[in-house]
Design a protein around this ligand. Structure first.
Ligand SMILES: *Cc1c(COP(=O)(O)O)cnc(C)c1O
Length: 418
C-alpha cells in the first residue's frame, strides 16, 4: 500500500489479515469507543475479571489466611516477576512484581548510590517523567553532596555518553519517552556507562508489554516499570523491579520490610536481607491487584512481544500517515520519531490547542490524552486496537478540526487528571 492510499475499506482488510485480531475479543471495550490510552491505563480483559472473581470466590472467601500457602499468594511477587521478566528479556530470579514504579525507582536509585561510594552525581534527562526526576532528587537528598546532572530535552545517545564521567554514580533513563515515544539505545548507552563504572537504571513504564526489551543482553543493572499500562494489569496493578543477577546480595533495598528478610517468619529482631531478588520485596503483596494482572499476563503468554511490536509499528505508521495526509494543514506537528523502529507504541503531535482537541475527541469517545504544554498523545495497544480504530480516530480528528469543536468552552476547562 502506498502512503496515503488508505481508505476505511483498506483498513478493514488489514484487520481481516491481522493475525492478532482475535485478541480484541478478550477485551471489554464499549461499542463505539476508540481507546487510544492503553499506554496510561490498559483495558480490562475477560481474563482479568475471571481471575479476580476466582481469587475472591475460590481463595480469599473459602480459604482466608490459608490462601497464602494453598493458593501460593506468598510467592506471587516472584512468580509474576518472572512472568514479566520473560517479556523484558530477564532470565528468572531477577525480577519481582511489587509496589509501584515510583517506589521501585526509589529502591533502585538508593541501592545503586550505596554501591557507588565516592561518586556524587546522578545523570538523568530533563524530559524524563517527572516522578522519576522527583524520586531521584529525593534519593539524592539522602546522600550528602549528591547532585543531579540533567540532559537537555532533545539529547541524543552521544550526548548521554558525553555527560558521563567517573564522578557519575548512576544514570537513570526512561527507555521509551513518555511524551515523544522515542526509544533510547539501551545496549549502547549501558555499555558506555559501564566503561566508566556508572550503574544504569532503566524505566520500562512505556516499554513493558509493547516494545522488545532485552535487559540481560543489554547488561542492564536495574530496571523498573508499571503493571497498569501496556501490561493491562488494572488500576493499582503492582509495578516491577529487575536487579541483575550479579548485583543480587550486593544491592540493598532501602525499604527493609519484613518480606524482604531472609526468613520473614522467623520474626527475628533485626533485619537480614534475603540473598535473592526477594530482598526487594517490602511488605504484603496487593493480592487482588495481582489477581487482575494474572489474567492480563495469561494473554501475553499466547503471543510474543515481537508480533505485538510488529503490529504496533503498522498501527502507528498508519496513524502518522493519515493524520499528516488529512490534518496536516491544521497545525498538527509530529513530535514522535518518524522511523517506526525508533519509537514505542504511542504517537504524539504537538498542537497549539492540544488540550481542547483531546477533550473534544474524548467527547466523541476517542480517548487519547494531553500532556503539558501542548502534546496530544495517542497510544496504540496491538492486543486490542485495530486498523479501523486508527481510521475512525483520524476521521473524528478531521471533523473536530474542521468544525473547530475544540473552541467550545466545555473543552477548555482543565480537570485534575489529564
Ligand atoms: C507512568 C509512569 C510512572 C508512574 O509511576 P507510578 O509510581 O506508577 O505512579 C513513572 N515513570 C514513568 C516513566 C511513567 O511513564
Amino acid at each position: 500500500m502506498t502512503r496515503n492510499a488508505h481508505t476505511r475499506e483498506t483498513c478493514l482488510e488489514l484487520d481481516k489479515a491481522d493475525p492478532l485480531a482475535d485478541f480484541r475479543q478478550s477485551f471489554e471495550l464499549s461499542d463505539g469507543l476508540i481507546y487510544l490510552d492503553g499506554n496510561s491505563l490498559g483495558a480490562v480483559s475477560r481474563e482479568s475479571k475471571a481471575s479476580l472473581i476466582e481469587t475472591v470466590e475460590r481463595q480469599w472467601q473459602p480459604d482466608l489466611i490459608r490462601s497464602w500457602n494453598t493458593a501460593g499468594w506468598v510467592d506471587w511477587p516472584t512468580v509474576f516477576g518472572d512472568r514479566i521478566g520473560a517479556l523484558i528479556g530477564a532470565a528468572p530470579g531477577q525480577t519481582i512484581a511489587a509496589d509501584g514504579t515510583s517506589i521501585n525507582l526509589f529502591k533502585a536509585v538508593v541501592a545503586a548510590l550505596r554501591m557507588q561510594s565516592g561518586r556524587k552525581v546522578i545523570v538523568s534527562s530533563k524530559d524524563n517523567f517527572p516522578s522519576d526526576l522527583y524520586i531521584t532528587e529525593g534519593a539524592a537528598d539522602l546522600f550528602e553532596g549528591t547532585e543531579m546532572r540533567l540532559l537537555p530535552a532533545d539529547a541524543e545517545e552521544v550526548d548521554v555518553i558525553a555527560l558521563l564521567d567517573k564522578d557519575v554514580a548512576v544514570l537513570t533513563l526512561t527507555h521509551v519517552n513518555y511524551k515523544t515515544a522515542r526509544i533510547w539505545d539501551m545496549k549502547r548507552i549501558t555499555n558506555a556507562a559501564h566503561a566508566l563504572g556508572v550503574l544504569v537504571i532503566w524505566d520500562l513504564a512505556h516499554s513493558a508489554g509493547a516494545v522488545p526489551v532485552n535487559l540481560d543482553e543489554a547488561g542492564a543493572d536495574f530496571a523498573i516499570g508499571c503493571g497498569y499500562k501496556y501490561l493491562n494489569g488494572g488500576p493499582g496493578a503492582p509495578g516491577f523491579i529487575y536487579v541483575a543477577k550479579r548485583h543480587l546480595g550486593v544491592a540493598k533495598n532501602p525499604l527493609t520490610g519484613w518480606l524482604g528478610h531472609a526468613s520473614p517468619f522467623a520474626f527475628a529482631e533485626s533485619y537480614t536481607p534475603a540473598a535473592t531478588i526477594e530482598s526487594f520485596i517490602c511488605g504484603t503483596p496487593q493480592i487482588l491487584s495481582f489477581a487482575a494482572m494474572k489474567g492480563a499476563l495469561d494473554i501475553f503468554e499466547r503471543t510474543s512481544i515481537a508480533a505485538l511490536y510488529k503490529k504496533s509499528q503498522a498501527l502507528t505508521d498508519l496513524f502518522v500517515d493519515l493524520v499528516e495526509a488529512r490534518c496536516g494543514d491544521a497545525g498538527m506537528v509530529l513530535i514522535s520519531p518518524r522511523e517506526a523502529g525508533m519509537r514505542g507504541s504511542h504517537i504524539s503531535f504537538s498542537h497549539e490547542k492540544a488540550f481542547a482537541l483531546i477533550q473534544a475527541l474524548i467527547a466523541r469517545d476517542v480517548v487519547g490524552d494531553f500532556r503539558a504544554p501542548d502534546v496530544a498523545r495517542f497510544g496504540f495497544a496491538p492486543l486490542y486496537n485495530s486498523y479501523v480504530d486508527v481510521w475512525d480516530a483520524v476521521q473524528h480528528l478531521v471533523e473536530v478540526l474542521e468544525n473547530e469543536e475544540w473552541k467550545r468552552p466545555e473543552f477548555n476547562t482543565q480537570k485534575k487528571v489529564t
